[in-house]
Design a binder for this molecule. Structure first.
Ligand code: ZN
Ligand code: ZN
Length: 257
């Protein structure tokens, strides 16, 4: 594409871009400022390259040292291409473009998002999907809950034993197990082993798709994300079960009460 038509295109896009942000997006003003400066830089770079080209073509007594010669090899398009993608992304967000909660492969996303992922989400979006900002808020909340839960599990050390630093066991239906695997009582050990076994016997695993009676496996290309995330394996007393299978089982128990 020639210089002129590229500039004309940019002017055209500028008119479509969010010059009057309605605050559906975060960072629009700062982005527009940044985008202007990159354009100024690109224009200046073009002038430098033109002058340098003229110098090199002319008869001259002093050769250009290497770092200066390298200016010619900087490709303005490598800056402007991504800038255009960002401009598109902000326009989409400002226009409340429908944005699915997950990617086609079921992955949760959070803001800030890279333009390539947003463009993928826009492609698979349906009319019932929420506007970007609302969906981003929901996804952010979900992500924070999962992080907090992970932190809780990682930091809630076993309360039994002298300064035992081992994680508590995962007990389906409870936020935290009573103790670590070494400090649960014999009764608790029997009860929890039975829960892990029953989850395997009675339910299919929605994570690894092991059918009822089959053990969970980490070695499958068929792992399915649950609510945007891969379910981790939980081990107890030589049993290994995906957490989602355990929580599904806890729900069936709660339903029976
Ligand atoms: Zn312990
Ligand atoms: Zn499983």
């Amino acid at each position: 594409m020639g210089k002129k038509s590229r500039r004309a295109n940019r002017r055209q896009r500028k008119n479509n871009s969010p010059s009057q942000p309605n605050h559906r997006s975060r960072g629009t003003e700062d982005f527009l400022h940044f985008s202007d400066e990159v354009e100024n830089f690109a224009r200046a770079l073009l002038n430098v390259q033109t002058a340098q080209w003229a110098y090199e073509e002319s008869a001259h007594d002093v050769d250009l040292p290497m770092p200066l010669r390298e200016i010619l090899s900087v490709d303005i398009q490598t800056l402007l291409g991504p800038l255009e993608e960002m401009e598109w992304a902000y326009s989409y967000i400002e226009a409340d473009g429908p944005t699915p909660a997950k990617t086609a492969r079921g992955a949760n996303w959070t803001a800030p998002i890279i333009p390539g992922i947003l463009s993928h989400l826009a492609e698979i979006a349906g009319d019932s999907d929420l506007p970007f900002r609302e969906q981003a808020n929901q996804n952010g909340l979900k992500d924070r809950e999962i992080t907090e839960r992970k932190n809780l599990e990682a930091t809630a050390h076993c309360p039994r034993g002298a300064e035992c630093k081992v994680r508590r066991v995962t007990w389906p239906g409870r936020d935290l197990g009573p103790a670590c695997w070494r400090h649960v009582t014999d009764d608790e050990k029997t009860e929890l082993s039975l829960i892990y076994d029953s989850a395997v016997t009675e339910l299919e695993c929605r994570g690894c798709h092991a059918s009822p009676g089959k053990q969970c496996t980490e070695d499958t290309p068929r792992m399915t994300r649950i609510d945007g995330y891969y379910s981790p394996i939980r081990s107890f007393n030589k049993r290994k079960v995906h957490r989602v299978r355990l929580s599904d089982y806890a729900e069936t128990l709660a339903g029976q009460r």
